[in-house]
Design a binder for this molecule. Structure first.
Ligand code: SAM
Length: 361
């Protein structure tokens, strides 16, 4: 099973821009073949096949060529000799009589396709109903909070204190990167996926505000942290105060984010407590088009790849996709490099060189 998983994973490739195709190795003849009251497990490597049986171990070898097989039972076995057969689907007919049928495959046949299409058929009608728009803050609040301002809805139910900003937030420490990208994208609507306690979100908010009163930032985060949060519990050293974000077994990151927004009177941000994938799919479904999408989530290989594809597809020409931690985070570097190569893009950097970006043509 493990070997199968490894095989399947190492040959996972992107098929076009939107679906992940996991290709199975071409094992045409492998499987459990049974006939005349006995079963043989055939394994194939190239055009060579080996038969194994539970009691006797290896019980023959052979070669395959298209739909033909030549199989030799060893001397001393009940069927000693070499036999030729022809395969039709899950049946092998042996010359001179007899047949085998395929009773079990070593693994599922065919390719497994994991769709990450943001426009699956069940959303088609919804998508077609809405022309592409830049939502206002009121639009987002209407859809996500039934019209009630989330900044007012948050009442600090756990009576927490804000434990401070993330010390190593790249955008937080380099707010000129944020304004550079907002201006380059001519942004009036942007999405940040991965906001943590809002250090970078405040920078985006500030830059959007500088461009005019109507700019809005959709802040997408589960506020459930990443693997490190769950392993380490305590955010030791990353913020001004030590903050056990799991003190009662529940994440308090959303509370921290909202406290940060409230204390800084941030009024052009709308939090969206969802995974980055749901965030992107929701935007696609609503046909809300961001000018700028910034990704700073879990930085897991493969997960980042899917995020890049989904947010890229949301953008219109001139739109910018940006992110954090390239090249310092190997998984991000891997997925960004592959993404850039796949779409034949030019990877660029904001002035501090801590923020990568690509522009959609
Ligand atoms: C590195 S922190 C973001 C830091 C922030 N951008 C800053 O610079 O201040 C990563 C955040 O991504 C969020 N996250 C991780 N995986 C996610 C996912 N699949 N969907 C949404 N948010 C995710 C975590 O909850 C965490 O808040």
């Amino acid at each position: 099973m493990t070997r199968l998983l490894v095989l399947v994973l190492i040959i996972a490739v992107f098929d076009g821009a939107s679906s992940l195709v996991v290709k199975q190795p071409p094992v045409d003849w492998g499987g459990k073949w049974c006939g005349a009251g006995t079963c043989v497990n055939i394994a194939q490597e190239g055009n060579k096949v080996t038969g194994r049986e539970t009691t006797f171990g290896t019980v023959g070898t052979g070669t395959v060529d298209g739909n033909s097989i030549t199989y030799t039972w060893p001397a001393g076995s009940a069927w000693a000799g070499t036999f030729s057969g022809t395969r039709s689907g899950s049946t092998i007919s042996w010359q001179g009589g007899g047949s085998w049928s395929l009773e079990a495959l070593p693994h599922p046949a065919g390719d497994i396709t994991v769709s990450v299409d943001v426009f699956p058929s069940r959303y088609k009608n919804v998508e077609n109903l809405n022309p592409p728009t830049h939502p206002t803050r009121a639009d987002l609040v209407a859809h996500l909070y039934q019209g009630h301002d989330p900044m007012h809805l948050f009442k600090n139910p756990r009576l927490l204190k804000f434990a401070g900003d993330l010390k190593w937030s790249n955008v937080g420490n380099n707010p000129t990167d944020a304004c550079y990208l907002v201006n380059l994208a001519n942004a009036s609507f942007m999405v940040e996926a991965g906001c943590y306690v809002g250090t970078s979100t405040k920078a985006w908010s500030h830059c959007m505000q500088q461009r005019g009163p109507s700019g809005v930032v959709l802040a997408v985060d589960t506020w459930l942290g990443d693997l490190a949060t769950w392993v380490e519990h305590v955010d030791a050293g990353s913020r001004m105060l030590t903050d056990d974000v799991l003190r009662d077994g529940r994440q308090s990151l959303y509370d921290q984010f909202m406290l940060n927004m409230q204390q800084n009177n941030v009024t052009n941000v709308v939090p969206f407590s969802a995974t980055s994938i749901i965030g992107a799919r929701w935007l696609a479904t609503m046909n809300f088009v961001p000018d700028l999408a910034y990704i700073d989530t879990a930085h897991e290989e493969g997960e980042t790849a899917i995020e890049l594809e989904l947010y890229w597809r949301l953008l219109k020409p001139g739109g910018i996709l940006a992110g954090d931690d390239y090249p310092g985070w190997p998984a991000v570097k891997h997925d960004v490099d592959a993404f850039v190569a796949r779409h034949e893009l030019v990877l660029q950097f904001a002035p501090s060189r801590n923020t990568w970006f690509v522009v959609k043509q």
